[in-house]
Design a protein around this ligand. Structure first.
Ligand code: TXA
Ligand code: MG
Length: 357
């Protein structure tokens, strides 16, 4: 394929002509990457099985991993899903458009390529004005996974998309960096509600409406988990460098990753640290490669910058990345989920320091 055509679109003053051109590409079976509020998506007409197959080829994504279908409005849900439970209208009123994906029984018109042959379909209504404009102009639901190659970090800006997919897709709509920075929360409503993937809508916000929720346990992946949400492979969202995640109190985490970092440094290994602003004073002057994702008190910023901070460490040549944790409150849960997966199970639980016990 030729190089990907990039259209720069200002989300606050959308150029309708560019959106129309991108929509025509979608309707003729092409692939269009576009910004959503979470991460960039790799879109195809969800009702065109051949176009959907091209998504899997471009991403090198295994066919067993189903896609999210994006709609412009909850009113279109009947085109995609059936047996829609009444609580969907409550959830839609609170969270749509926004970073919540619902898993529902599949509608008859959805090609099996979208759902990986399964009887359920994942649906969301994105809030980003460019995504909204594109779906409206195309007039069809858009199937879109994150616009990265399989197993890599999700893209939060146009350059990230090109790094993975240049020449593999027809069009990229560049609407600037994304705001949420981590992917949507995937909530299954088939049977008892369960969070399959923590994301941009917090567990607490969902529980305020639904009551106590379980979060699917994926630290030890079983075959059943893979069938339930096949995208939830533990080694996923990985930077190039191996990553170790430290969990514990701020000072305990810092003491543990700092001594490990200095050990690597002494043996000539380029080690990268993913930390919070609050950690910086303790790391200064030691010649370490450090990226902060923001203040640990401001998880919206940490989520927004998480993937770009990891990419920056990769780009700087880090041979190993040591990352701190940000807790499990609010967006912390999604951040821990992504870091745990990036770590592929290499998680160090640090006990509290003696002074903290
Ligand atoms: O924020 C997001 O969700 C982004 C933007 C582009 O919308 N999309 C995204 O898509 O992250 P993707 O394909 O990278 O992740 C979708 C996740 C996967 O873990 C997949 O296994 C799960 O949703 N999923 C999709 N369909 C499903 C289904 N029918 N049942 C259970 N899980 C499903
Ligand atoms: Mg993805």
């Amino acid at each position: 394929m030729r190089a990907t055509t990039v259209f720069t679109v200002d989300p606050t003053a959308i150029d309708g002509e560019l959106i129309q051109r991108a929509a025509r590409v979608l309707l003729s079976g092409g692939l269009v990457a576009f910004p959503t509020e979470t991460v960039y998506g790799l879109g195809a007409n969800a009702l065109d099985a051949l176009a959907v197959r091209r998504i899997f080829a471009a991403k090198e994504r295994p066919a067993y991993d189903p896609l999210i279908v994006h709609l412009a409005d909850v009113a279109d849900l009947g085109r995609i899903a059936c047996d829609i439970p009444p609580l969907v209208s409550d959830l839609a009123a609170h969270f749509w458009p926004g970073p919540l994906t619902l898993v529902l029984p599949r509608g008859a018109d959805v090609p099996p390529e979208v759902t990986a042959g399964g009887e359920t379909v994942a649906v969301r209504v994105p809030a980003h004005p460019v995504a909204q404009a594109l779906i409206c102009a195309a007039g069809v639901p858009i199937a879109a996974p994150s616009a990265n190659r399989f197993g890599r970090l999700s893209p939060t800006c146009a350059a990230d998309v090109l790094a993975d997919l240049d020449g593999r897709i027809e069009v990229l709509l560049d609407g600037g960096p994304t705001v949420v920075g981590v992917e949507s929360t995937v909530l299954s409503l088939v049977g008892e509600p369960v969070i399959l993937r923590p994301g941009g809508v917090s567990r607490e916000a969902l529980e305020a409406i639904l009551g106590p929720l379980t979060v699917s346990e994926r630290s030890v992946l079983s075959a059943e988990d893979l069938l339930e949400s096949p995208g939830l492979l533990l080694q996923h969202y990985a930077p190039q460098a191996p990553l170790v995640l430290y969990i514990g109190t701020s000072s305990a985490m810092r003491a543990a990753y700092l001594s490990e970092a200095l050990r690597y440094q002494q043996s000539g290994v380029l080690v990268g640290l993913l930390v919070a602003d609050e950690d910086l004073p303790f790391l200064a002057g030691q010649g370490l490669l450090v990226e902060t994702a923001g203040s640990a008190e401001d998880l919206e910023t940490v989520a927004r910058r998480l993937f770009s901070a990891l990419r920056a460490l990769d780009a700087a040549g880090a041979e190993v990345i040591l990352a701190r944790d940000f807790g499990v409150t609010g967006l912390g849960l999604a951040i821990r989920d992504r870091l745990t997966r990036a770590a592929g199970g290499h998680v160090v639980e640090v006990p509290p320091l003696r002074s903290e016990r």
